[in-house]
Every structure is written in structure tokens, then in C-alpha cells.
Design a protein around this ligand. Sequence first.
Ligand code: ZN
Length: 491
Amino acid sequence: MKHPLHIYNTLTRKKEQFIPLNEPFVGMYVCGPTVYGDPHLGHARSAVVFDVLFRHLKFLGYKVRYVRNITDVGHLEDELGEGEDKIEKKARLSKLEPMEIAQYYLNRYHYFTDLLNVQRPSIEPRASGHIIEQQEWIKKIIENDYAYETNGSVYFDVVKYSKKYHYGILSGRSIEELYSETRTLTGTHEKKSPYDFALWKKAPPTHIMKWNSPWSIGFPGWHLECSVMGTKYLGEVFDIHGGGIDLAFPHHECEIAQSIAYSGKMPVKYWIHNNLITLNNQKMSKSLNNFITLEEIFQGTSKLLSKKFSPAVVRFLLLQAHYRSTIDFSQDSLMAAEKALERLFDAFSIIDNFNISDTAQSYNINEYYTICIDALNDDLNTPLCISHLFELTKVINDIFYNKNKTLTLTDYNSLKKIYDDIILNILGLTPAKSEINNDLINNLMKIIIEERLVYRQNKNFEASDRIRKKLQELGIEIKDFKDRTEWKLKR
Ligand code: ZN
């Protein structure tokens, strides 16, 4: 590698060289799913982006502790801490235990992110398993005089905090701006000012998920869990905090305020945010009838798509955009990604058919390795890395189909390394149709092709055409070359 890792820090609004607090250890916290609904495209993007960062950091030699929380309590309908708990609401409507709802959707989240080849984090702590720690934090923030109790609930005092510290440091918002945005909210009569947020909420009598506390029987506010669990597993100051850009305000802004009120320290060195997904150029929203779950994509049951797409194609499409850019999902973009992914794996599937010779021409394949890693080191530029891989597929195909199919051992080893380290390991890509590699199908196709060759050699073209057509009906395409016959699965 020529260049060390640089990453864009939302806090400082610039690309910075990544220098961990305690090399080679890296602490990374990412806001995980709120488990009250089926995993959708938005979940997929955040999971895949931080998966590539996790994989890349490990590739660079860091020892990463990756913590991704599970929000199973306290995520209220409105982000400033009012309204009903979303899991609780679903539980009430479906007459299930809230933990049953949370477990069901967590299992679904794991199932679909596994399909996307997303590696599981090192620790997945649940908010509901850290109620005592959250209460300890609230006590200390009250002690430090940045929170107050009203009527059994505890609120963070944003006005008091912003006299000494910069509330808005991450999102770049001013307190005046916040005031105009929040003044119309209902239920603010308990708060000193409308932008104060809840650390603890007194539970209404019908509420199911509630705990004893010095203030009331209630439950913690959503923002608190990430500060508390991040600190518990990664320390008061840790390297990376990630999440979707929609979480920067108010969630992450509130986290910073809480942590500083608690310990006096800025909790995170690098704040990293992924941008959002649009669907057919519109914001994804159930009310716009413009919403798609991962299951619908993988099974082809969405009205917005005419066919199913594999998890590998979805992952590839997500990585074709830079994580800080928005990305538009559509039938067309998925089709294009599917074709491109196939082209990439087709090219790499022929590398074992090259001849190796000391006297072969050198193509400096190692240079592609370097520029791919450099692209990833430049703020995780996956689209640039992928475009380098496509330049390389042209080189591979050219040597194989137009030149003498011969490589030096160095070039051959570089190709293998690019395939293993970059395509499989860091980008986590897999062929769109892995069943192509299924041994049984390969062996059956070998028999069919050999039998068909006998017909062709006997000039029985009627029979050989019949086989070709029957295979075509099954979606298998046969291509005859001078010296061989090749097959592949069509779409
Ligand atoms: Zn969070």
C-alpha cells in the first residue's frame, strides 16, 4: 500500500488519517437495528457499509472490537422522546410479549444480513440488558447538574449544557434552529425547554416494558443506551462511532452531550455516517407505497420489481456507490448490477486456466492490487476500487481470449491475491449464482456436453441442436468454440 487509511469524520467535516487511540486495537460502535419491523434496504446499507469498514480494518492488521447494539426498548415514535414505544405498540396490537417481537425481528435481521455476507459484530448488546448501567449514568448526569427530574421522568438540560459546551457540534445546528423545529411538539409541558430530551420516562400504567428506578417505574430514553453500552464495552473515549446520516441528529448529538455531561470527555474520535437509499428516486416510505423489504427483493415478491435478485447482487449494488453518497435502488440499477457482478466473476473464474511461464509477458497485475487498496484507504472508496477491478477484467479477458493465455507466476499470484483479499475478503462479494459451482451440476453438464460432442462429430446436428434447445429451456446456455464447448446459466 502506498497510502494509509483516511476517513471522513463528520465531527471535523474533513477527511483525516485514521490513527487509533491504542494501536493496534480499534473500538468501533455502530447503531444497530430497532427490532420492531422487517429488515429493509436501509438496514442493508448500514450493515454492508460498516461490514466493509470492519473487514478492511482487520485486513490492515487492526484488532477490531465491533459493537453493534440492539434497540429493544425505549425507541419512541418521535425522536425527542414522546409518543409510544414502537415495540410495545406492536406487542399490544399482536398480543405478544415485547421481547417476542424483538427476538423475532432480530432473528430476521440476522438471517437477512447473513445472506448479505455481513459478518456478525464482536458484541451485540441489548438496551434491555443494560437498564442498571443506564440508571447509573442518569444519576451521575443529575449529580453533575445537566439533568432534572419532573413528575417521575428525567430530562437532559440542553440549555444548561449549551452554556458551557457546543450542543450541535456534530450536526452543525444551532440552538435557535432547534427551537424553531421543536416548539410545536406536544407533551413538552414537563420539560424546561422543548429540545430537552428524555433520559428516563415514567411509564403509563398500561406500559409493559418498565423497571424500578429512583424516579419512577419507567424506562430509559433511546439516546442513552448507545452512550452507555459504547462506554461499557469500548471505554469512555473510543475510535469509531457509525450509523446512518439520519442518526446524526438528534441521536448522535444527544449521545455526545450525554457523554460530556457524564465524563467531561468527547466520547468518539471519528464519527462516520453512511448516506441513505432512495427507491426510484423517492425517499423510501410506507406511506408513499415506496418501501421494500430484503425478503421481497430476495424472493421477488415486491410489486416494484419484476424478478428476484440475489443478496450478492444487492451487496454489490450497495458497494457500487460511495457510502457518503445517496444511492438509488430500482429495477434497472439491480439489473445492471447483476450483469456487472456476473462479468466480474466470469473473468476471475478463468484464471486457473492460464498457462504459467517464466518467459510470459508481464502485465504488472500487482499494480491493480495497490490501486484497489489505495481506493479503499481513501475514505473507503468502494466504487473506485470496483472500477479498477473492471479494468482488470478487461486485461484478463484480453490475455485469455485474444493473446496466448500465458502469465508469469508473479502476475498469476497477484490475480489470486486480488480475488482472495479484495473481492472475497474485504468487499465480501460472492457470485450471484453460487449454484453454478455446484459439483454435481458441473459433472452432469460435462457428461451432456461430451455426449453432444459425439453427435456433432457424427454430423448429427439435429440431435445436438435438440440438446442445446432443451438446455436452453432450462435456462442453460451452450456456446461452441473451435476447441471446446462452454455453458452458463442464463437469466
Ligand atoms: Zn445509537
